[in-house]
Design a protein around this ligand. Structure first.
Ligand SMILES: *Cc1c(COP(=O)(O)O)cnc(C)c1O
Length: 350
């Protein structure tokens, strides 16, 4: 048996893998694969409708917010967001807390001005800046709610009157949040809510249509809203896997239910690391991510023992991101408590 701690794409619930496989062979007893039916058939339309309505339900969204499932991953949102919201003579405020945020900033600068309100680059992004001021005249404020690579997470929603935009790729639906406070949320599906290829975007309608530039249809959120996320062929299979994952999430007690479990998982692992000599979590204690647990093992012999034991016991995906080194254990929604207990015992027994 494998224990999968991959950072993304990541483990999904076993029942999701099973149902998804079944749908590839024979979708809802039609004698056809989900991969060979038209996306505008009532059959697929019902998949899209349920995926969107479940997302609305789990996030408790109000009627001003629209749920979209788009292509291109979070990386496309790095530029689609400023393309839709920021004119060339305008400024957007960004928080710089890690590799993904830095990429978002770079792309925003293609379309307008960016002011960085705070950065934790001075300490290798090992903490979340606090006490900064957000310029009141910026067009919107953007931050990354969980820094997947560095292992920090922002548990408080920043206080600002500006439209809030967040990259929630790696902690979407892992904890309760007032999602209605955001003007725009985006998240690649492959970490917490499904398979790579689909990208969740939640957007408040009133922030759209205010830039002067012309937009290609596929880049225009308004056209996607009008078309119900079917402006062109959507990533049908990825969306179906999202639907199965969201149904599973609902059965776990929805977001409050999974948050409780996620807290317990992260508490156990950090407690294990803190008490085991030679293992060093790298980020500020109060900013520790519940999704990505990042640590180092400075002593080479112990490090090798850990790597060997992981290999022997089927622990997959514990290596840190190539840009930071060390180790990273990801604890997304579908990682079972059983797996966290297993790797904690492994660490204790080394
Ligand atoms: C994984 C990740 C991305 C990149 O997602 P893609 O779907 O590969 O474009 C962006 N932001 C965050 C926070 C991530 O964790």
């Amino acid at each position: 048996m494998k224990h999968n701690f991959n950072a993304g794409p990541s483990v999904l619930p076993k029942e999701v893998f099973e149902e998804a496989s079944q749908a590839v062979l024979n979708f809802r007893d039609t004698g056809l694969s989900i991969l060979e039916i038209g996306h505008r058939t009532p059959l697929f339309q019902s998949v899209m409708d349920e995926t969107i309505s479940l997302t609305n339900e789990l996030m408790h969204l109000d009627s001003d917010h629209f749920v979209l499932f788009l292509h291109g991953g979070a990386t496309t949102q790095f530029f689609q967001v400023p393309m839709n919201l920021l004119d060339e003579n305008e400024t957007a405020a960004y928080l710089d807390c890690g590799v993904w945020g830095t990429k978002a900033i770079k792309e925003a600068r293609v379309f307008g001005e960016v002011t960085i309100v705070a950065s934790s680059k001075d300490k290798n992004y090992s903490y979340i800046p606090k006490g900064y001021r957000i310029a009141a005249d910026a067009k919107f404020f953007h931050y990354t709610s969980n820094n997947t690579i560095e292992g920090t997470e922002m548990f408080e929603i920043p206080i600002t009157n500006l439209p809030l935009v967040a990259d929630m790729s790696s902690d979407i639906l892992s904890r309760e949040m007032d999602f209605n406070r955001f003007a725009l949320i985006y998240a690649g599906a492959q970490k917490n809510i499904g398979a790579a290829g689909a990208n969740l975007v939640v957007v408040r309608r009133d922030i759209l249509g205010k830039v002067n530039r012309r937009l290609p249809g596929m880049m225009d959120y308004r056209q996607h809203i009008e078309a119900g996320s079917m402006l062109n062929t959507p990533p049908v299979f990825s969306i179906y896997v999202c639907l199965l994952t969201l149904r599973w999430l609902k059965k776990q007690g929805g977001v409050p239910g999974i948050e409780k479990l996620n807290k317990a998982k992260a508490d156990l692992l950090y407690k294990t690391l803190d008490s085991r000599e030679g293992f060093e979590p790298t980020v500020a204690r109060e900013d520790r991510s519940r999704m990505n647990v990042v640590f180092r093992i400075p002593e080479a012999r112990l490090e090798k023992k850990f790597i060997d034991a992981c290999e022997e016991q089927g622990m997959v995906g514990v290596k840190g991101h190539r840009s930071v080194g060390g180790f990273r254990i990801s604890l997304y929604n579908a990682v079972a408590m059983e797996s966290v207990k297993a790797i904690s015992s492994l660490i204790n027994d080394l």
